[in-house]
Design a protein around this ligand. Structure first.
Ligand SMILES: C[S@@+](CC[C@H](N)C(=O)[O-])C[C@H]1O[C@@H](n2cnc3c(N)ncnc32)[C@H](O)[C@@H]1O
Length: 306
């Protein structure tokens, strides 16, 4: 088995959740259970509900947290359904909900999952290996225009048109390294470039395969619904698209009126549900980034339910 994922901004996450004895906490991305272990360790009589789409991650979390067996419930599910999962698992009126988005190091390092362009493997990228669509399906079946839109919007790849054209010209493409090679040649990658040219395309495909933005939006609203008054929602994002979505949902939910500025009177009937705990994002310390370079892009946001 690959080494465990190193959790990011763990002490900051525990502080942000304001953990108290007897509290009910939901870890929407339990992964290898690193954050969960820190939450359980932070106080006594905690009940923790952990959710993940990846059955292997749940096995890893279960093994790591076996000492806390009576205080945890692990669910194979989608955090988009966090509100109903919480109701069915003794976790409604939660004291805190944590999102630690994206892919774990274990998933990245397990070549056959197909998340990494550095290792030859089938183009898969599904968090849940039982879900129907793989990255190969998108790469080989999407019309060129749709492929371009996915790569531009979810990967923020400025040369999405060139990449989509090259993919269509070269398909069928079945493996991660074949795709990385097609993208590198299309973008005429300078050998000294720091970031691999396929990084953006791989991010876009992973987000499309797993419907990440849809799930995130539903998950954030579900989490707010599930929290008790005074409960905290804490998010860790790793790239600008997901951070923007989180920021927009949090700002909107922390506002009393969402009418356009031109509206003469309020007609939105919007009800503010949270307050922003930190106006600016929190980021990892330099020491953490030195010890764990994967932490370098992390951004933490926190709101409190009213
Ligand atoms: C960055 S890892 C979490 C690591 C974890 N915090 C730890 O300390 O080990 C992200 C996890 O979220 C899971 N995931 C991604 N999207 C999900 C979704 N919509 N619902 C549930 N789990 C999801 C992935 O399978 C992955 O295991």
């Amino acid at each position: 088995m690959n080494p465990a994922h190193v959790p990011v901004m763990t002490s900051e996450a525990v502080a942000a959740l304001a953990i108290k004895p007897g509290g009910v906490y939901i870890d929407c991305n339990i992964g290898d259970g690193g954050h969960a272990e820190a939450i359980l360790h932070a106080s006594h009589d905690i009940f923790l509900l952990g959710i993940d789409l990846d059955a292997d991650a749940l096995d890893a979390a279960e093994a790591r947290l076996s000492g806390y067996a009576t205080s945890i419930r692990l669910v194979h599910g989608n955090f988009a359904d966090v509100a109903s999962i919480a109701v069915g698992n003794r976790a409604r009126d939660a004291s805190g909900v944590l999102f630690d988005l994206g892919v774990s190091s274990r998933q990245l390092d397990t070549a056959e999952r197909g998340f990494s362009f550095r290792r030859e493997a089938p183009l898969d990228m599904r968090f849940d290996v039982e879900s129907p669509t793989t990255a190969a399906d998108i790469v080989n079946r999407y019309p060129e225009r749709e492929l371009e839109t996915v790569i531009r919007e979810l990967g923020e790849e400025p040369r999405a048109r060139v990449v989509a054209k090259a993919i269509v010209r070269n398909r069928r493409i079945d493996t991660t390294t074949e795709l990385a090679d097609v993208v590198s040649r299309a973008l005429n990658w300078p050998a000294h470039s720091r970031v691999h040219p396929a990084t953006r395309t791989f991010q876009a495909l992973r987000m499309a395969v797993n419907s990440e933005l849809d799930n995130l939006e539903k998950g954030l609203f579900g989490a707010i619904e599930t929290l008790q008054a005074g409960g905290r929602l804490v998010t860790l994002t790793y790239h600008s698209i997901e951070d923007r979505l989180v920021k927009n949902v949090m700002r909107r939910e922390a506002t009393q009126c969402i009418c356009p500025p031109s509206a003469p009177v309020c007609i939105c009937d919007h009800v503010q549900s949270v307050r922003l705990v930190n106006r600016r994002v929190l980021t990892p310390t330099r020491e953490e980034i030195r010890a764990n370079p994967r932490a370098r892009s992390a951004k933490m946001r926190i709101v409190e339910k009213l």
